[in-house]
Ligand binder design. Structure first.
Ligand code: LCV
Ligand code: LCV
Length: 257
């Protein structure tokens, strides 16, 4: 599903399941998580997360066929996507998302959860819960909110349309848009620069920023209200319709119930 490489203090994870458009299936996510623990054992200081060169699709996001049937939270704590996001945020060194191709759904959040994003001009980013009638979870929405102004986060989430890299760069959501011929050189030059700096200072600042970015007080009542609202979505007719339409490769017909 993936290939990994270690050169000095830089680790590379290449998503390598193009037949399924690098969907973040449980198996692929397990291999990415395993790769990060290999990198920890090898004192890797900076990671590049990428797809194979020339990829048209960086990742098609959550494996829709793995979404649970109605009645079960589709993005619960143990969901592969939720585990992947936490592992990215908890990895000691910076993770640079190097993007070619289109990024969809949970993969869009995965990229936003990385520490630095470098993309080609053709790269696009689509947040898709509204396309499938999936109730996004609280930490997932916070990833979007920490990366983008709330108006942009809402446009991405409500339209579910792919957004071009240069627009996201103008808004500071993407660090650099680099032509594809120079993408690798540019990305690995930054990775080397980071790897030559002090790893302790960097890993502590990364963890401090993770804690600060997640420091939002929420009353138990508010949390229960959010969870109750989410259950309305994944217990709905529309939730089943979203998955069925995807499977039947047709446009879903949502009835709002
Ligand atoms: C399972 C897939 C997928 C896929 N799952 O190639 O963020 S949330 O809440 O929405 C979250 C739940 C989430 O992330 O949902 C998934 C959101 N992802 C998407 O909406 C993208 C869905 N995929 C596509 O639109 C197309 O596959 C793209 C445009 C990415 C690529 O199109 P292309 O024509 O190049 P195919 O569609 O033919 O896909 C190749 C194979 O990968 C499967 C797809 O079913 C097909 O499998 P078969 O060859 O067995 O038919 N596939 C693609 N995406 N998310 N399976
Ligand atoms: C003591 C100095 C300094 C200096 N301290 O002139 O943000 S954190 O966490 O990193 C925090 C701890 C922090 O702010 O750390 C300091 C970060 N600063 C730097 O990295 C910049 C260090 N300085 C330089 O790179 C050069 O001095 C610059 C490029 C600013 C100027 O170069 P230039 O050749 O014009 P000199 O280097 O010759 O500096 C003139 C005198 O000022 C001292 C330096 O030691 C020298 O003193 P002597 O003439 O006694 O040798 N100096 C400069 N910066 N941060 N002392």
């Amino acid at each position: 599903m993936i290939t990994i490489q270690i050169e000095g203090a830089i680790g590379t994870i290449t998503l390598n399941n193009d037949a399924k458009r690098n969907v973040l299936s449980e198996r692929l996510v397990d291999q990415v998580i395993e790769a990060l623990s290999v990198f920890t054992r090898h004192a890797v200081r900076c990671v590049v997360l990428r797809a194979a060169s020339g990829a048209k699709v960086w990742s098609a996001g959550h494996d829709v066929s793995e979404l649970p049937v109605g009645g079960q939270d589709p993005l619960g704590w143990r969901d592969p996507l939720r585990q992947l996001i936490r592992e990215i945020e908890n990895f000691s060194g910076p993770i640079i998302a190097m993007i070619e191709g289109s990024v969809w759904g949970g993969a869009c959040e995965t990229v936003l959860a990385c520490d630095i994003i470098i993309a080609t001009p053709d790269a696009t980013f689509a947040a898709t819960p509204a396309k499938l009638n999936v109730p996004y979870n609280v930490t997932g929405l916070l990833t979007f909110l920490n990366a983008a102004h709330i108006h942009i986060a809402k446009e991405m989430l409500f339209t579910a349309q792919p957004m071009p890299a240069d627009r996201l760069e103008r808004m500071g959501i993407i660090n650099h848009v680099i032509p594809v011929d120079n993408l690798e050189d540019y990305t690995y030059a930054m990775a080397r620069n980071i790897a030559e700096n002090a790893p302790l200072s960097i890993s502590v600042m990364k963890e401090q920023l993770r804690i600060l970015a997640g420091a939002h007080a929420m009353s138990p009542q508010s949390f229960e209200r959010i969870q109750g609202l989410r259950r309305v979505v994944y217990n709905s007719h529309d939730y089943e319709e979203g998955k069925l339409a995807f499977k039947e490769k047709r446009k879903p017909v949502f009835q709002g119930k």
